[in-house]
Design a protein around this ligand. Structure first.
Ligand code: BG6
Ligand code: MG
Length: 216
């Protein structure tokens, strides 16, 4: 039933609870720059590349920086983030995520990661999840960041599965827009009020099973 089908998973906030660490690192960066950064504003940064996130952050703080300064601030945020993830363990895999990925693989569905993060591989290795994916496409593999569909189209190409037979799991508005632009169906992970463009929204992978996949 699931022959020639694939699921492409976003990483941060879908499989592992690292979205909170990206937020904390940006918040600390904002405070260093002299302004506050709320969780509501953070929704705009989810799924978005590091440099694009910085542009959004600076626009919120009404701060203008030179290219050189921007690169230094982006490095500072990345160092803060890397420090926060340095001790993560498989305990931080979100509820039901590993089980759901294993279930779909046993049903013959191919699996890929489609993450904007250039740190995706470090996180997957720390969580011992690398063997659960047939392809891993991250922020180092693409030129155009979400909401552009490049990341998901590259994942489908690596898996040799047509985009219309791929389902994306995403926790960000930018990622859902990217999935739709790629011609894929999309399951939102989080709140239906925020992720209203997804085909369905669930609170986490622990709420998913093979039967629910058939209806999407
Ligand atoms: C995404 C996160 O997965 O990766 C964003 O949702 C983050 O918050 C982006 O900005 C880029 O991550 P990194 O690790 O390359 O800075
Ligand atoms: Mg995410």
């Amino acid at each position: 039933m699931f022959k020639n089908r694939a699921i492409i998973f976003d990483l941060d906030g879908v499989i592992v609870d690292t979205a909170k660490y990206h937020y904390l690192a940006w918040k600390e960066t904002a405070i260093k720059l002299g302004f506050d950064f709320t969780e509501k504003d953070n929704e705009r940064l989810k799924g978005v590349s590091r440099m694009k996130s910085l542009e959004i952050l600076l626009s919120i703080g009404k701060i203008e920086l030179s290219q050189d300064e921007k690169e230094k601030v982006a490095d500072m945020k990345n160092n803060l983030y890397k420090e926060l993830i340095s001790n993560i363990t498989p305990n931080e895999i979100l509820p039901g995520a590993k089980q759901f990925i294993e279930t779909v693989r046993s049903a013959g569905i191919l699996t890929a990661i489609g993450s904007a993060s250039k740190n995706a591989m470090i996180v997957l290795e720390k969580l011992c999840l690398v063997p659960l994916f047939d392809a891993i496409i991250d922020g180092n593999s693409v030129i155009k960041a979400k909401p552009h569909p490049e990341i998901f189209l590259k994942a489908a190409e690596a898996l040799k599965i047509s985009p219309k037979n791929c389902i994306v799991f995403e926790d960000s508005e930018a990622g859902i827009e990217a999935a739709k632009a790629a011609g894929m169906r999309c399951v939102g992970i989080g709140s239906p009020e925020i992720l209203n463009n997804a085909d369905i929204v669930v609170s986490g992978l622990d709420k998913m099973n093979l039967n629910r996949l058939i209806d999407i």
